[in-house]
Ligand binder design. Structure first.
Ligand code: SAH
Length: 493
């Protein structure tokens, strides 16, 4: 460690920035957020800086540099494009022992501006000690994704309650346990879900319970008759959309909850790569329902989740795509509500979104399609969905989920209902996975094409003129395989 990370109080402190351009502006922006009183010294000061530092506590001096301006400053930053001047500022600061930073010149820096993750009052500074600032920024980006926006609010709430907690929980260990529970449990979850008032109530309730517990424990200790049992708390269920398979399509929220899970119940559609991102120690239990192979029937899954939550566990129910898109998320929530189990639902990227973006088939396009329908190939009872009358608008895209096994029924159904046999159609198999494949055709010829070269499930059907755009808009990276083009390429070899 060749620099030491300190968090410097600059609120109301005088800071000098020599320079009036973009570099100076970036530093001024950061330092003003920390409450510093900034003096900008430069013969010419940009409009942007003038617009930024309108507050009276700042001063803009349009003069050439003079040593007198550094006196009394807490820190000085030199950000001019005049190297000699930067050296001069550095030397003058050294003489007066004032910490100085010459921007982008590590040997002339007493301190470094870190990359910052700001969840005020939680602040994280990351430095590569001038060796690889871009890597420091990338590290910051990773942390940004891991630390929820609600962190700052949580820390503020904790700060406000600190004294009360201290007075009600006398031991250090007791307080540590109290805060761990608050920051890893219900209180933090409510805060991250944007429910700050409820989070505060939950924290107060947790404090009251702990306090009562301590009082009754000490009564019991005095009587020494029987031991106190901690009250059992109910866990929570997170119904999380795992997206279509590519782990990079998970949401930050999904990832965070997956990493907190005590137990994960996952579907057949959840990819291994996604499952690997769950907390290592969590129990991972497959409850998938493949066509004609119901590993655990829906009621059974509901009961498993309810029982686990009642035993205090944090349960993640990981579902392919989006939980509310042909995902039975609604049914699971009804069961949870009936059992009074707290829950959250996290949206995921539905298969249609991935299939469309990863194959260059926009679901709408102003020249071809003005609306989209998401349609299931099957009804709850397992009966085929044959409601084709409403699917005949030539300017509407239809996406069939669970449709590949019924390709014949769906294509003939649409043609019989009046949709043109020449309507374009695409089959997108295993969208977003490295094994993704696309086959395009028309309602009339797709069955023969597919019979000749069947694609694996899961697969979506995209019906409508937009499917024609695949040839033009697809990006043929290593993950994208068009079976027609593949065949063509093979023929050419
Ligand atoms: N909740 C899921 C859909 C579940 S229904 C979602 O929002 O995506 C199951 C159907 O989704 C499959 O039969 C298939 O039609 C489609 N599907 C799911 N993942 C897919 C994928 N990676 N590629 C293509 N289709 C997929």
């Amino acid at each position: 460690m060749n620099t030491f990370p300190l968090f410097f109080k600059l609120d109301n402190q005088p800071v000098l920035i020599v320079g009036g351009g973009e570099v100076a502006q970036r530093k001024a922006d950061l330092l003003s957020r920390a409450g510093a009183c900034i003096t900008i010294l430069a013969p010419k000061i940009s409009d942007e800086i003038q617009a930024l530092l309108t507050d009276d506590r700042h001063a803009l001096i349009t003069e050439h540099y003079d040593k007198k301006y550094i006196e009394g400053k807490r820190i000085v930053i030199a950000g001019t494009d005049d190297e000699a001047l930067n050296h001069q500022v550095h030397a003058d600061c050294k003489a007066l022992n004032i910490p100085v930073n010459v921007v982008d010149t590590p040997p002339l820096c007493d301190f470094i501006f870190p990359a910052i993750v700001d969840r005020n009052p939680i602040v994280i500074g990351i430095s590569s000690n001038g060796k690889a600032p871009v890597l420091a920024r990338l590290t910051r980006a990773r942390l940004e994704t891991l630390i929820p926006q609600g962190y700052g609010k949580l820390a503020k709430l904790a700060g406000d309650m600190r004294d009360e907690v201290k007075s009600k929980i006398p031991t250090l260990t007791g307080r540590r346990q109290f805060w761990e529970k608050a920051f890893e449990g219900k209180v933090s979850e409510l805060m991250f879900a944007g429910r700050s008032v409820e989070a505060e109530q939950a924290l107060k309730q947790q404090l009251e319970q702990t306090h009562q517990q301590l009082i009754s424990n000490s009564d019991i200790d005095q009587n020494a008759t029987h031991s106190a049992k901690p009250a059992k708390t109910t866990g929570e269920v997170y119904i999380v959309g795992a997206g279509p398979g590519d782990p990079e399509l998970l949401t930050f929220k999904a990832l965070r909850l997956m990493q907190q899970a005590d137990i994960v119940y996952y579907d057949a559609l959840v990819s291994d790569a996604v499952l690997d991102l769950c907390r290592r120690d969590a129990d991972k239990i497959f409850v998938g329902k493949k066509r004609s192979n119901h590993a655990v029937a829906q009621q059974g899954i509901n009961q498993l989740m309810i029982d686990a939550a009642k035993s205090g566990k944090r349960v993640v129910r990981l579902k392919g795509g989006d939980p509310f898109m042909f995902g039975r998320g609604g049914e699971e929530i009804q069961a949870l509500r009936a059992a009074s189990i707290p829950y959250q639902v996290v949206p995921g990227i539905t298969a249609a979104g991935a299939a469309s973006c990863y194959t260059g088939i926009p679901l709408t396009h102003r020249d071809h399609s003005q609306s989209v329908r998401f349609v299931t190939g099957f009804l709850k009872s397992g009966e085929p969905n044959n409601g084709f009358e409403s699917l005949t608008n030539p300017h509407e895209t239809i996406v069939f989920y669970m449709g590949l096994h019924s390709l014949v029924r769906l294509t003939t159904g649409l043609i019989d209902a009046g949709r043109s046999p020449d309507t374009a159609i695409a089959i997108v198999s295993q969208a977003s996975l490295p094994t993704q494949q696309v086959m395009t055709g028309t309602l009339q010829n797709i069955v023969a094409k597919h019979d000749a070269n069947p694609l694996p499930t899961p697969a979506l059907l995209i019906v409508g003129e937009v499917a024609k755009l695949h040839d033009e808009l697809a990006w043929f990276g290593e993950h994208i395989v068009n079976t027609d083009q593949q065949a063509h390429a093979l023929n050419m070899i």
